[in-house]
Design a protein around this ligand. Structure first.
Ligand code: ZN
Ligand code: FE
Length: 274
């Protein structure tokens, strides 16, 4: 297959660093220089190796939230590279040197490319996402959304509430349709199996599940997707769709009162879904 319909072509300056069981750290390379930034390095070793392999040097670390699989490698990376550490304004990540709030414009150190901060509480209360208008010659916007929006899914609500998570997902879903969505885990197959239960008549979900299965069988990442792909197939962005409401109602044996309750039913259903 020349190109995939439900996964976007790789960005030439964004490199995937696989880690742990299913984490993805994202290495961003500056156009025309050896500077690099990394998003959510939960472990230093694979990042140091990726930098070495590509002869890049790390100038900036971007953190989305405090969980160890995202921030656990920061202290060692700082000791080894002296990189700046941008992250949420919280006491839970003592390694952050540049705490940021909603709408902040972050200097990524990548030759003038600024990232915009979006606060997206729900998975954790400190969760933020980074949106870049573009990087280098590739015109596509980029979103680094940690554990908030996943390919065909969303993060568990460990700290936030359904209204918070829905508002956070709405902010991300409102970004330009061609925005590349870089999430922090390869959960896509499991998410799509659930999506097929939440929206059983969707041919887009069925096709995406078949395609993602083929990609994973070939050892390929299913990330990045795009906002357009997520809006078309991610059940957590589709809690306003009659077919999804119907399935949520069937699951809890009662009609959800509104879109937030539909979302909450889906999220709870997914937690127990096998
Ligand atoms: Zn997390
Ligand atoms: Fe995580």
């Amino acid at each position: 297959m020349a190109s995939w319909r439900y996964a976007a072509p790789a960005h030439p300056l964004v490199h995937l660093i696989p880690a742990f069981n299913d984490n993805y750290f994202w290495l961003l390379q500056s156009p025309g220089s050896s500077r690099a930034a990394v998003v959510d390095p939960g472990d230093a070793d694979p990042v140091l190796k990726a930098l070495d392999d590509r002869s890049l040097h790390l100038v900036c670390i971007l953190l989305t939230h405090h969980h160890a699989d995202h921030a656990g490698g920061v202290a060692e990376l700082v000791a080894r590279t002296g990189a700046r550490v941008v992250g949420p304004d919280t006491v839970k990540i003592p390694t952050v040197t540049e705490p940021v709030r909603d709408h902040a414009k972050v200097d990524t150190g990548l030759g003038g490319h600024l990232a915009r901060v979006l606060t997206v509480p729900g998975h954790t209360l400190d969760h933020i996402a980074y949106a870049l208008p573009s990087l280098g010659a590739d015109p596509r916007p980029l979103l680094f959304c940690g554990d908030t929006l996943f390919a065909a899914g969303c993060g568990r609500m460990f700290e936030g509430t359904p209204p918070q998570m829905v508002a956070s997902l709405d902010r991300l879903a409102a970004l330009a349709p061609d925005t590349l969505v870089y999430c922090a885990h390869e959960y896509t197959l499991s998410n799509l199996r659930f999506a097929a239960a939440a929206e059983p008549d969707s041919s887009a979900v069925t096709e995406r599940l078949a395609e993602a299965s083929e990609m994973r069988a070939r050892g390929l990442p299913t990330v990045p997707s795009t906002i357009a792909i997520e809006r078309a197939t991610n059940p957590f962005l589709r809690a306003d769709q009659p077919a999804v409401i119907r399935q949520a109602a069937h699951h809890q044996q009662a009609a959800p009162a509104d879109r937030v309750e539909t979302f909450a039913v889906l999220r709870q259903w997914k937690n127990d879904f096998r």
